[in-house]
Ligand binder design. Structure first.
Ligand SMILES: NC(=O)c1ccno1
Length: 242
């Protein structure tokens, strides 16, 4: 997979080259290119924004600069791309989206700043390729860069060969529609808090049941919306008896 990121702060994306993602890049599982939007400005001030039509606070990012940048970045590789624009006004980015993006050959991320990118940029490219305006949560960041780090990590860890144990991704929170339950490791007792006996019983059936029950409890308590979204046959009799 190739990932391109267009931003006015390339340094914000430096963490992409650390740890797990850095190893994925190093092993050729992931190809990441970060581009400075200002490289496509032509004035001495390298202006990327202007005041909004209709008035209002803040500045809007200029379509000309974004058009020149995205034309050049998209033309740099013949693989089909999906353009992803993080914005607080986007639809929620979910684990299902992470799986869908992991199947893409190429993702191009446009990092907006200020009050965002002139809407005509999204409208223009939506005529030529898939374009997603996505949000990583109901809060406003200063720009799209941090959201890109979140999305790229959520996607890259799903690529075959990136995680040491592929079962990790298969047993993630949300993989079965529920939140993951609690995890424990050594020592058996820590500050007078013991590991639940069932986890040391060696009874795999009882352990699986216990884990499912804890996942259901946690989902009911923290994310009842996920439970409501489950397909009718997702919960068995034992689940419902909880
Ligand atoms: N909530 C978000 O995804 C976001 C992106 C940029 N600013 O906020």
């Amino acid at each position: 997979m190739r990932i391109d990121v267009v931003t006015i702060f390339p340094g914000y994306l430096a963490p992409l080259r650390e740890a797990l993602l850095g190893r994925a890049i190093g092993s050729g599982l992931l190809d990441v290119a970060v581009h400075d939007l200002r490289d496509w400005t032509h004035d001495v001030h390298q202006a990327v924004d202007d005041s909004p039509y209709g008035g209002g606070p803040g500045m809007v990012m200029r379509p000309q600069v974004w058009g020149d940048a995205l034309d050049a970045v998209l033309a740099a590789d013949e693989r089909p791309a999906r353009l992803v624009v993080p914005t607080p006004a986007g639809r929620p980015f979910t684990q299902a989206d992470a799986h869908a993006y992991a199947a893409e050959e190429r993702l191009v991320f446009a990092c907006g700043r200020y009050e965002g990118i002139d809407q005509r940029v999204v409208d223009h490219y939506a005529d030529a390729l898939p374009v997603d305006e996505i949000s990583i949560g109901d809060y406003v960041l200063v720009g799209g860069e941090v959201a890109v780090l979140v999305v790229v990590e959520a996607v890259a860890r799903l690529l075959p060969g990136v995680l040491g144990n592929p079962r990790s991704a298969a047993e993630d929170s949300f993989s079965d529609g529920l939140l993951e339950g609690p995890s424990y490791t050594r020592p058996e007792v820590w500050r007078d808090r013991p590991v639940p006996d069932v986890l040391r019983s060696g009874n795999h059936g009882a352990i699986a049941r216990w884990r499912r029950d804890r996942a259901l409890e946690r989902t009911v308590a923290r994310r009842p919306d996920l439970l409501a979204a489950l397909p009718p046959d997702a919960l068995d009799k034992k689940d419902r008896a909880l």
